[in-house]
Design a protein around this ligand. Structure first.
Ligand SMILES: Cc1cc2nc3c(=O)[nH]c(=O)nc-3n(C[C@H](O)[C@H](O)[C@H](O)COP(=O)(O)OP(=O)(O)OC[C@H]3O[C@@H](n4cnc5c(N)ncnc54)[C@H](O)[C@@H]3O)c2cc1C
Ligand code: SF4
Length: 477
């Protein structure tokens, strides 16, 4: 009887790729995990129990065929593993690196539920596609035939790029407009290199360009080019602009010098990783070096700021969050990484005000968790008389993002938005209230995840192709 290559979870323990020591990783912005060696990837993949109803797959927003590519990896059929993996995911090596797997695929792995420790799905997914790049299996798009229809995409983040990839594969003429000088959206300028190295994103941008996708960069739609001009040039338009308006701090002194937005802080640091000369880093405005830093917020953006400040050589780095550890929105894995690197978390703490024209300290209110609110989460309440001062020469606001007012910015009254300001779009197709205009990613969902933006981009591309095909069929009659 043939040897069973899978179900090894009883004998083989869960293992992650080697993680660099905190001391070592604090010295640079490189990723903190090494790559699996081939044997290790095969060994870890072989732990999969090949469930009949794979919960990992159900809880992956892209419904990746995880059990099959784990099986292929365990049995040394890596090129097939890559073919299966990339058939449902436009950027598997990116998701493998930065998806919050503990909340998605791995958190729902049956082996994890039974106490054996999840299959390391993300790390294997990354390994498969990094190997595919190395072996030359990842090739630019060559459509079987060119089509005459064109699609304009506003925003070169993962949502826009995923749509571009699918449309271009079908031969559609695709142009992406972005206000930044490099494509990738938050993959390029939001998420730091220690989670996602920049060449991983840049090689994807280049691949799309080599496959015929046209990029118009440094083009702020609404200023450099109007939305209506773009609409007039294309058969369909996709809005993929993400959410960038920062939730603000209140309280006396909230406008002081030295209180900065997380997105500006992270963008400056990421630009420096490309070797760009960044004035605000050189003059110290967005530089934590030699400063006591306080980051306000409890999400993944806050974690990224904290860990960036440590790498910039801050004197001390503290993260204030108004609820406790168990109730924070950020991933526990990232908190652990930040703590290992020397960040301090001050739970149940909220800013009340700021001292100094150039900020010198934060007045902090101590909180406790009270009765649950409408969402079921316990509301933080102030403990009177327990305020304290926290010294800080740099305060980073990481309280979340909201959508910009697109109808006003672009003068498009007909574009309907929700009461939160996100663009109203049909679930599944991305169609908006304007004919031929679609929307995907964070601008529809509010601040979300890369994997959901990819899912939206792919679904919307499929819906647009269906429309184009139906029109072509009518024209041919
Ligand atoms: C600091 C940080 C860390 C994160 N970490 C993770 C993580 O670890 N894992 C994860 O899954 N998700 C993470 N996210 C969330 C994730 O990055 C987003 O959900 C995802 O990038 C959304 O994709 P998108 O394509 O909708 O928008 P974006 O990635 O925001 O891209 C939008 C693009 O549109 C462009 N644009 C906007 N307005 C205009 C205009 N008027 N004209 C031209 N171009 C315009 C922008 O320049 C940008 O390039 C993080 C977010 C942040 C801020
Ligand atoms: S895309 Fe994300 S959720 Fe899906 S299998 Fe990969 S890491 Fe897991």
């Amino acid at each position: 009887m043939a040897k069973q290559p899978m179900l090894k979870f009883v004998r083989v323990e869960r293992d992650m790729p080697i993680k660099r020591t905190a001391e070592d990783r604090k010295q640079d912005f490189d990723e903190i995990y090494a790559e699996f060696a081939r044997e290790k990837a095969a060994e870890q993949a072989s732990r999969c129990s090949q469930c009949g109803v794979p919960y990992c797959q159900n809880h992956c927003p892209l419904h990746n065929n995880i059990p099959d590519w784990l099986n292929m990896t365990a049995t040394g059929r890596l090129e097939e593993a890559y073919a299966i993996s990339q058939s449902t995911n436009t950027f598997p090596e990116i998701c493998g690196r930065i998806c919050p797997q503990d909340r998605l695929c791995e958190g729902n792995c049956v082996i994890e539920q039974s106490g054996h420790g999840t299959v390391t799905i993300g790390a294997v997914e990354k390994y498969i596609t990094d190997t595919a790049w190395e072996k030359g299996w990842v090739q630019p798009i060559v459509p079987a035939a060119e089509r005459t229809e064109s699609v304009g995409i506003i925003g070169a983040g993962p949502g826009g790029l995923a749509a571009a990839d699918m449309l271009r594969r079908a031969g559609v003429q695709v142009t992406i407009y972005d206000r930044y000088d490099r494509a990738g959206g938050l993959l390029t300028y939001g998420i730091p290199g220690f989670k996602l190295e920049k060449d991983v994103v840049m090689r994807r941008n280049k691949l799309l360009e080599d496959g015929g996708v046209r990029f118009v960069l440094n083009c702020n739609v609404g200023e450099d080019l109007s939305f209506e001009e773009i609409r007039a040039q294309h058969d369909a338009v996709i809005i993929a602009t993400g959410v960038y308006k920062t939730r603000d701090l209140q309280g006396p002194g909230a406008g002081a010098k030295g209180i900065v937005r997380a997105i500006d802080y992270l963008t400056a640091s990421n630009k420096a990783s490309f070797g760009d000369e960044v004035a605000e880093l050189i003059d110290g405005t967005l530089n934590a070096e030699g400063k006591n830093v306080v980051v306000i917020g409890g999400g993944d953006t806050a974690m990224d700021c904290v860990r960036t400040a440590i790498r910039q050589g801050a004197t001390s780095v503290k993260c204030l969050y108004r609820r406790d550890r168990a109730n924070m929105p950020g991933s526990q894995r990232e908190v652990q990484n930040a703590e290992e690197e020397g960040a301090e978390f001050v739970w149940l703490a909220a800013p009340k005000g700021f001292a100094g024209d150039s900020v010198s300290s934060v007045k902090v209110q101590q909180m406790r968790l009270g009765a649950p609110d409408a969402s079921g989460r316990q509301s933080p309440e102030v403990i009177e008389g327990a305020d304290f001062d926290e010294p800080a020469e740099l305060v980073i606001k990481a309280l979340g993002f909201e959508p910009e007012d697109l109808p006003k910015l672009w003068g498009t009254d007909g574009l309907e938005v929700t009461r939160w300001g996100t663009v109203k779009a049909n679930f599944g197709s991305g169609e908006t209230s304007l004919d031929g205009v679609y929307a995907v990613g964070d601008i529809v969902r509010g601040a979300s995840l890369v994997v959901w933006a990819i899912r939206d981009g792919r679904d919307t591309a499929a819906a647009i192709l269906e429309k184009f095909n139906a029109k072509a069929a009518v024209a041919a009659e």
